[in-house]
Design a protein around this ligand. Structure first.
Ligand code: IPM
Ligand code: MG
Length: 352
């Protein structure tokens, strides 16, 4: 099994190193090949998604991705910015289904900004469509109006086929969990959302065992902090999912805890923590590597079909949290404060 390892920028290299230490401990025959991406790709070859990196990603069985972005790249033209690498990978590889689970570990319930009783035991899965919507819709641009001022515009669009395939992912996931699916849209205002809702309802007829509900995105943003445990699986479009998944991450105490999988139609996937490159703490050995380690566990489960190994990694993460190890982002008085490397080493040790 070949894995493309793309650490990227900022804290990317540090957190990926810890995930690799965990993977290497599992007695699986994994071929790990590294390549630059994002700002690192731009520095190496003038392109955030170098051709060789894209080729490697295409031929690998799975991709383990760190994070991209950094202040030194902020002034580059959009096509050269680090974020284009992740958007390009998603598009080129057809990674349309983004799975972002948000679980509250019992030990971290008090690390959440919400009251422990609101989040304790929370286990939700946000499924975000990842290759359509206003992120990729054409036309887009900045144009000159007749009166001389500039106007920016983007196009929100979804075809029936795009909605149908992500709806199936949502229903299938719900079947394996609590059998509840909440589809999030803005059908009271947007045509795109009206079609989204109509198609999700149609697809829902094939899943009589799943309880389907619909919610407007603004209400969902509110419900997520009011009673997050009402949700099981949420399915939504690219832009709404981007926003709601950041919000959901905070229910768990830290964005440093959330893994993600981005899958194509055959379950080939790219796995990344949902947090960014955090340039402010890069190189300081303080970043939380758990989201990346948990992303590696998702990779084992979904693309490499090694459910046993995935269980082992997830159990090891629970173990270190139980044993009181905490990086700065989840630190509480009385816990053992550790850096990136120590946290990674603790997980390796807990693998047994
Ligand atoms: C994410 C990120 C990306 C997105 C950025 C880096 C392009 O915020 O994965 O959620 O907007 O999708
Ligand atoms: Mg985001």
């Amino acid at each position: 099994m070949k894995i493309a390892v793309l650490p990227g920028d900022g804290i990317g290299a540090e957190i990926i190193a810890q995930a690799l230490n965990v993977l290497k401990r599992l007695d699986l025959s994994l071929e790990l090949e590294e390549a630059p991406v994002g700002g690192a790709g731009y520095d190496a070859s003038g392109d955030p998604l170098p051709e060789a990196t894209l080729r490697l990603a295409k031929e690998a069985d799975a991709i383990l991705f760190g994070a991209v972005g950094g202040w030194q790249y902020d002034q580059l033209p959009r096509a050269k910015r680090p974020e284009q690498a992740i958007l390009g990978l998603r598009k080129h590889l057809g990674l349309f289904a983004n799975l972002r689970p948000a679980q509250v570990y019992a030990e971290l319930a008090s690390a959440s900004a919400l009251k422990p009783e609101v989040v304790a035991g929370l286990d939700i899965l946000i499924i975000r469509e990842l290759t359509g919507d206003i992120y990729f819709g054409q036309p887009r641009g900045i144009q000159k109006l007749a009166d001389g001022q500039r106007e920016g515009f983007d196009t929100m669009r979804y075809s029936e086929g795009e909605i149908r395939r992500i709806a199936h992912v949502g229903f299938q996931a719900a079947l394996k969990r609590g059998r509840k699916l909440c589809s999030v849209d803005k059908a009271n205002v947007l045509e795109t959302s009206q079609l989204w809702r109509d198609v999700v309802i149609e697809v829902g007829k094939e899943y009589p065992d799943v309880e389907l509900s619909h919610m407007y995105v603004d209400n969902c943003a509110m419900q997520l902090v009011r009673t997050p445990k009402q949700f099981d699986v949420i399915v939504t479009g690219n832009m709404f999912g981007d926003i709601l998944s950041d919000e959901a991450s905070m229910l768990t105490g830290s964005i440093g805890m959330l893994p993600s999988a981005s899958l194509d139609a055959n379950n080939k996937g790219l796995y990344e923590p949902i947090h960014g490159s955090a340039p402010d703490i890069a190189g300081k050995d303080v970043a939380n590597p758990l989201a990346t380690i948990l992303s590696a566990a998702m990779m084992l489960r979904y693309s490499l079909h090694q459910a046993g190994a995935a269980d082992r990694v997830e159990a090891a993460v629970k173990r270190v949290l139980k044993d009181g190890y905490r990086t700065a982002d989840i630190f509480e008085a009385g816990a053992k404060k550790v850096g990136t490397k120590e946290m990674g080493a603790a997980v390796v040790a807990a693998l047994g």
